[in-house]
Design a protein around this ligand. Structure first.
Ligand code: GLC
Length: 480
């Protein structure tokens, strides 16, 4: 369905770092809307919907930024280098040959693919996207296109992507690859943002780089690892139509693959399937576009030994709920160490999120954006046909929850307790639910409201609503 709305809702999701002004509004065009001009022009809306189905239902994925940068872990030449960890080579302008020496120390003996996948699963994450090659040019898989890869250039001599693919297959979780198609600070001709090349060894023809490194590697990724759920391009520096087309063509190797919007921004043909707001939650969703917010748990994507600025579990969960209430997905990052371990701070948080989802997952997975322009309580709303899920962040002191709908309510209850019905009264502003005397979940307590008939939203302060001619769900309005 498509939903909704002009929003001025201002219950802030506290502290979601780096977010500007994003946490105001609830709603969004629902992601299930048509991506009319999606990746393949020949694809019908029905085919697109079928291809996007699992992704739209998933709502929550794990991003993994793992590479050689986990060896310096934010420090070069005795100095702590500011910025995100995986950019250290560029930020500190480390000569190519010096950076390449880190590969000798890259021995992730504690890497255990099954364990990583179990961590994601227990967190309630439905898919994983891992950096197959980041901007530093180092391939985290056994590539034949260049010896600068984890199998040939490190003492480790294993292919973690093959191991992850196998573990994901076994545990029933989708696997996708991040691939930095344009920036490559190791192979001649690869692009470099923030000032261009700093080492002569980087100079060369970008077209040669595309033909000799990027295209063969993407082909390997889409051929040798079974089903690839997502290809996550990044930073299209110096891309052009021709370069993009060569990479785009390879997607045919995985007809069901989902791709993001970072291959090349100059032509709608390459806009992919998903918008990718980074480190922020948009005020509303994107009209007729699927979207996914990617975010770090501390301040860096790739591991930095001294970044201890962790978001709380509550903040991360509120972000997931906020994003779901706007029809998007949350791709939450972990940055494993050079030994191959996901930091304990991340694991703890993921476990706690998973515990909340084990009880409340019904209110997240397979839901669509909530229907309200504003809510009279501190929380968010997601929905399924006939059901509203009210995620209450702050339990109202008067134990009354006003839900701005005119519909007849079939039943209201706390999620997981459908037999303990809550009293519901009709008021001018909608339906008022009497909440029980409980200690609410510190993260969010979900109240389910089952309604009869097509959804009929009343705006707060409105006079009693007139009956709408058609279901609210068919009225696609969005700020975007
Ligand atoms: C940026 C950065 C990068 C990170 C990515 C995640 O584009 O260049 O380091 O991988 O965002 O979204």
């Amino acid at each position: 369905m498509k939903a909704l709305m002009n929003v001025t809702f201002a219950a802030a999701i506290t502290g979601a770092c780096c977010l500007n002004n994003h946490n105001l509004a609830l709603f969004a065009a629902d992601s299930a809307g048509a991506n009319d001009a999606s990746s393949s022009s020949a694809e019908t809306k029905g085919q697109l919907d079928a291809r996007m189905k699992w992704w739209r239902e998933a709502r929550f994925g794990m991003f993994i930024h793992w590479g050689v940068y986990s060896v310096p872990a934010g420090t070069w030449d005795g100095k702590q280098i500011p910025g995100i960890g995986e950019w250290i080579m560029n930020r500190a302008k480390i000569p190519m040959a010096d950076y390449a020496k880190f590969t000798e120390q890259f021995t992730p003996v504690k890497f255990n693919a099954d364990q990583w996948v179990s961590i994601a699963k227990a967190a309630g994450q439905k898919y994983i996207v891992i950096t197959a090659k980041h901007h530093d040019g180092f391939a985290m898989f056994h590539s034949k296109a260049t010896p600068y890869n984890i199998y040939d250039a490190t003492p480790f001599k294993r292919d973690p992507l093959a191991e992850l693919a196998e573990a994901c297959r076994k545990q029933g979780i989708k696997l996708g690859f991040y691939y930095s198609q344009a920036q490559d600070w190791h192979h001649p001709g690869g692009a470099a943002a923030k000032g261009g090349h700093w080492d002569k060894a980087q100079d060369g023809s970008m077209d040669d780089y595309i033909d000799k490194i990027a295209v063969p590697q993407v082909r390997e990724l889409l051929t040798n690892y079974g089903d690839v759920a997502v290809l996550w391009w990044d930073t299209p520096v110096n891309m052009n139509r021709e370069r993009a087309a060569k990479l785009h063509e390879l997607l045919k190797l995985q007809p069901q693959i989902i791709t993001n919007n970072r291959l090349y921004r100059g032509d709608p043909e390459f806009r992919g399937d998903t918008e990718t707001p980074e480190q922020k939650i948009p005020e509303t969703g994107f009209k007729d576009r699927d979207w996914e917010t990617c975010m770090t748990m501390n301040k860096t994507w790739g591991f930095k030994s001294y970044d201890h600025d962790w978001k709380s579990t509550q903040m991360l969960l509120h972000n997931l709920i906020d994003i779901s209430s706007k029809g998007g997905n949350y791709l939450l990052n972990v940055g494993p160490t050079s030994e191959g371990e996901i930091p304990t701070e991340s694991v703890e948080r993921l476990k706690e999120i998973g515990a909340w989802l084990a009880t409340n997952g019904e209110a997240i997975y397979g839901t669509t954006a909530g229907p309200f322009t504003k809510l009279p309580f501190d929380g968010r709303c997601t929905q399924k046909p006939g059901k509203l899920y009210l995620h209450v962040f702050a339990w109202p002191k008067d134990h009354k929850l006003l839900v701005p709908v005119a519909n007849k309510v079939r039943a209201a209850y706390l999620l997981g307790k459908p037999t303990e019905k809550l009293d519901v009264a009709s008021t001018a502003g909608g339906k008022s639910i009497v909440l029980p005397e409980i200690t609410p979940d510190p993260n969010a307590t979900v109240v389910v409201v089952e309604i009869e008939g097509p959804l009929h939203v009343t705006q707060l302060g409105d006079a009693p609503p007139a009956v709408e001619k058609e279901p609210a769900t068919s009225k696609a309005k969005s700020r975007n």
